[in-house]
Each structure stands twice: as C-alpha cells, then as structure tokens.
Design a protein around this ligand. Sequence first.
Ligand SMILES: *Cc1c(COP(=O)(O)O)cnc(C)c1O
Length: 376
Amino acid sequence: MNIKMVDLKGQHDKISEEVNKGIQDVINSTSFINGPQVKEFNKNLSDYHGGVNVVSCANGTDALQIALMSLDLQPGDEVIVPVHTYVATAEVIALLRLKPVFVDVHPELFTIDINQIEKKITKNTKAIVPVHLYGQCADMETIMRIASKYNLYVIEDTAQAIGAIYKFANGKTAIAGTIGDIGTTSFFPSKNLGCYGDGGAMFFKDEELAKKCHMIANHGQSVKYHHDIIGCNSRLDSIQAAILNVKLKYIDDYSGARQKAASIYNELLKDIPGIKTPKVSDSSTHVYHQYTLILDESINRNDLQSFFKSKEIPSMIYYPIPLHKQKAYEKELVSGESFPVTERLSNTVLSLPIHTELTREEQEFVVSSLIEFLNK
Ligand SMILES: *Cc1c(COP(=O)(O)O)cnc(C)c1O
C-alpha cells in the first residue's frame, strides 16, 4: 500500500508544471538571491496573513533567532518556552546567551500550560515563546494578558501551525503568528507549507520591528556595506520563493485535506479503548501538522511501532526525549523542577501518517492494523 508519513512526491506531481516553470524562470534570470520572486512571496504571504509585515529568511530556526536578536535582550535575560517542543525553540534562546525557562504543557492540547507561566516569571523574564504545536494555537489570549501584565515580548513559534485560526473570547479571530509581537514559521519540506529545501519567515504588526529584522537577516546592513547592527546571513532564496508562490495558492486546500484526514481518523478511532484522539482547543482551528494519539500506559508503544513497521505503516514520536532531559539543556534546569506532563507525553504519544495525499483506504488500513495489534 506504500503509506508515507508525509507524501511530498504525490503533492509535487499535482503542481509540477507550475513549480517547474517557476524554478526554470529563476534559473533563466540567474537572480538566485533577492530575485523578484522573494518580494512577490513576501507580499503574497502578507496578504494571506491579513496584511501584516512579512520578512522571509533561510529557515524557521533563524526566524526565531532573528526575532530574539531584534529585542535587545541582555545575556541572562529569561525567555519562557514550553518544554514539549522541537529543540529549535529553546536552542536559539541558549545560543544568544539568554536563559530558556521551561514550562510544562497542557496534558491534552500539548501547548504551553497557561496556569504555570506566571510561577516562572522573575524580574529577569523578558519574553514568552509559545509554540503552536502539532497545528493548533496555544491559548494566546491568556498568554497576551500575562505578557501585558509583566511587560513581556511574545514570539509565536508557528512552524507547525501556519494558517490555523485563533478565536478570542469576544468572537474576533486572528491567524496564527499575527497575535504576538513577532510570529515565526518554517517552510521545511515536511511542514504544512513546505518548500524544496530550507525556508522561513517572520510576521510583524510593527513595521519598524520588521525593518529591523530584515536588516538583521542581511548582515545588519541598512544600505549595502553599511552595517548598523550585528546581523547574520539568512535569506529565502529565489528558487524556494518561486516554489512557495505556487504552493501558497493551495495552502487552504492543503489544510482542508489534513483536516479531512483527521476527521476520518477521529471517526475510525472513536470508541477504541486506550486510544485518545487529538483534542481540539475551543479557541483554535487545527491544521494537523501532526495527528498525535495519546496511548494508554498499558499499551506497549515500542511493540505497536514494530507491528506497524511489519505492515509498512510509518509512525513517529514527537518528541521521544523532552528538552529538560537533553544533555545540552539539563544545565538550564532549576533544581527541583519537574515536568510530569511532558514526561508522560514523551512516553505515550504516537503520531500517525497524515498528509495532503492520504487516502481513506490507507487510513482504514492503519486503524485496522492498530485494532489488530490491540486485540492480539
Ligand atoms: C520545524 C520547527 C522549527 C524549525 O524550523 P526549521 O525551518 O527546520 O529551522 C522550529 N520550531 C518548531 C516547533 C518546528 O516544528
């Protein structure tokens, strides 16, 4: 049956003519860096995000790093971050000699536990980096309220949730990445809007901050060879921008296909004892970058993965070792700190294949195989 965790080939085949032409145009022009495609993509991505300022860059990790660099933080300043996330979120904080302060996550929503943020705030706290993990928004309304109370910056890590819609209590909505001071995202190939290499972008309500981040991403230069601030070299190249200009047109179809696949899984998996399907937040849509189950602790996850493997069904654990147990980050911990929810999740989550090309037949096979394993 050849089920894939993510099917980039199938997705490309449907748009290959347009994409190949876009790539060929860049090659013909030889404007590999800063070609017109990049400007066009920044504009298109801004339009998709309600007109916010957009600065593209080389990848989602750089987007986080540049965002943090723009805030003039001092070594030792503290940045609050969920402990259940991809390493990049904490890595850039530590890299800039800031201190990542870990907070546990909600046991079913997987996003930062808003009830534990204030306990971790000190006089050195300067920012919060919520992560919209697996495709739905963290509780941004509460996070923004806390940030305003303590005068903190908010950088939304939107690498897994591009296009998710957040709903405020008053009924107003905002697209993921446009609520905090800066939103960051990634176009890594397997992300919901993936390019054919590395890519990333930042979103800003504030135009000055956008200009500053654009400068930082271009060696801190205002005018060519005039370097006003310390920057780095982080650009989205023209070929990636050309590909993204095509794919961005289909992003809502892509989200829709993922949501449809998720609803089929939900239906097929309901009433299976020991399996918890993803809970959707009341205040966010879900774009299902991952479809992540929580298994009852009585289910042997290793054995299940081996059983899946014997049927050529891929499955993944995001993430098998929590950040506070990683060698590089152990030293960031305060003694006595514990993250019981994240530890439990790292032992019990399992992500099933989900992508834009997944068929109902494939999903039925995944679920019938799961049931077969549970009945063994
Ligand atoms: C993928 C990802 C990143 C990093 O993006 P890259 O483009 O791979 O650098 C950051 N944060 C989260 C939550 C991610 O999933």
